[in-house]
Design a protein around this ligand. Structure first.
Ligand code: 5AD
Ligand code: FES
Length: 346
């Protein structure tokens, strides 16, 4: 089954179900995933500097610590100068991709976002600018793109309509989320999508639907991580996603999407001390350390016990360098655009 998955980048649902539900295949999955990763990317690991620009959010996702209804969250916003300072520090540390991520915060109008993006574009012409600011209309996405943004991250969270409505209030719609992803792609962004592993009510069928949706979308980046409960959300007492299932899904993604940029996520590092290293060994090839100012890091709390919230950017960078090396890979400072499919296909 694993060889078929590797060869065809695809499997029928029944075989996928077996791979997802049974631990017996893990060793084979990780082995083949690592081989494929080395074939496309060698031992390179790309770093993305994450700047968490606001934790205000108008959405109310039941799983997320910065949801609108969490009255206990202490809210903050970074201004343009704060953000440019993060970039300055990041650039000196070797970052060539900046990811501006935030809640859906009306304070950041299109004009403000474009102004920030243009300033980064002007100061760092050799860097990729990634935005992760949630659902916007087509015109806004286009304006950001024209201001100099290259990439956009927007996880679909779950590709199953019914499951989506168990994770979000009725005002939030999977159809809108998917439309945003198609709009972004059409405009020319390198798009990243993804989902949580082990989110409440998730079934194996849901995970297969996630893989099928990704096969349609063919994103450049696929970000997945375990669901981790946040104590001030409706899902506070739900079980979190497991390391085993998260790693298994990373390996399956690598085999289905050999060219993809797949991060070993902070959530993975949060549920296990070596979570990110294990993620790399299962096929991940990106890490996204935090460049946000230390004073706001603890406030961007999507889930409990998030790692790296007390360290300076330089500490994180050094720590990560050692961690990646210990797993047998190497951080590179290249922008890390998606591998050209032609490496294999001519
Ligand atoms: N646990 C794990 N991941 C979460 N995210 C949001 N809340 C949680 C949580 N409690 C993820 C979502 C979102 C990304 C920015 O963080 O998938 O898209
Ligand atoms: Fe951030 Fe280790 S990666 S402190």
């Amino acid at each position: 089954m694993i060889e078929e998955l590797r060869r065809d980048r695809n499997l029928p649902d029944a075989a996928l179900r077996k791979l997802i539900e049974c631990a017996d295949y893990d060793e084979g999955l990780f082995h083949h995933a690592d081989e494929v990763r080395r074939e496309y990317y060698g031992t390179d690991v790309y770093i993305r500097g994450l700047i968490e620009l606001t934790n205000y959010c108008k959405n109310d996702c039941y799983y997320c610590g910065i949801r609108r209804s969490n009255a206990q969250a202490v809210r903050y916003r970074l201004n343009k100068e704060d953000i440019l300072e993060c970039c300055r520090e990041g650039y000196a540390l070797g970052f060539r991709t900046f990811v501006l991520q935030g809640g859906e915060d009306g304070f950041y109008t299109d004009k403000i976002v474009c102004d920030i993006v243009s300033a980064i574009r002007e100061n760092y012409p050799d860097c990729a600018i990634t935005l992760s600011l949630g659902e916007k209309n087509r015109e806004s996405y286009l304006a950001f793109f024209e201001a100099g943004a290259d990439r956009y991250l927007l996880r679909h969270e779950t590709a199953d309509e019914e499951h989506y409505q168990k994770l979000h209030p009725s005002a939030q719609k999977l159809s809108v989320r998917k439309q945003c992803l198609w709009d972004l792609k059409k405009i020319g962004y390198q798009v990243g999508s993804g989902f949580m592993v082990g989110s409440p009510y998730q079934t194996t069928e849901n995970l297969i639907a996630d893989l099928r949706f990704l096969q349609e979308l063919m994103p450049a980046m696929i970000g997945i991580g375990p669901f981790i409960p946040h104590h001030q959300t409706p899902f506070a007492t739900c079980a979190g996603g497991t390391l085993a299932l998260s790693l298994r899904m990373v390996a399956i993604l690598r085999l289905m999407f050999p060219y993809a940029l797949i991060p070993a996520t902070t959530a993975l590092g949060t549920i296990h001390p070596q979570g990110r290293e294990l993620g790399l060994k299962a096929g991940a090839n990106v890490v996204m350390p935090n460049l946000s100012p230390v004073k706001v890091r603890k406030l961007y709390e999507l889930y409990d016990n998030k790692i790296c919230t007390g360290e300076e950017s330089a500490e994180c960078r050094g720590c990560l360098e050692r961690r990646v090396a210990s797993a047998g890979y190497r951080i590179v400072t290249a922008r890390g655009d998606v591998a050209c499919k032609s490496r294999r296909e001519g």
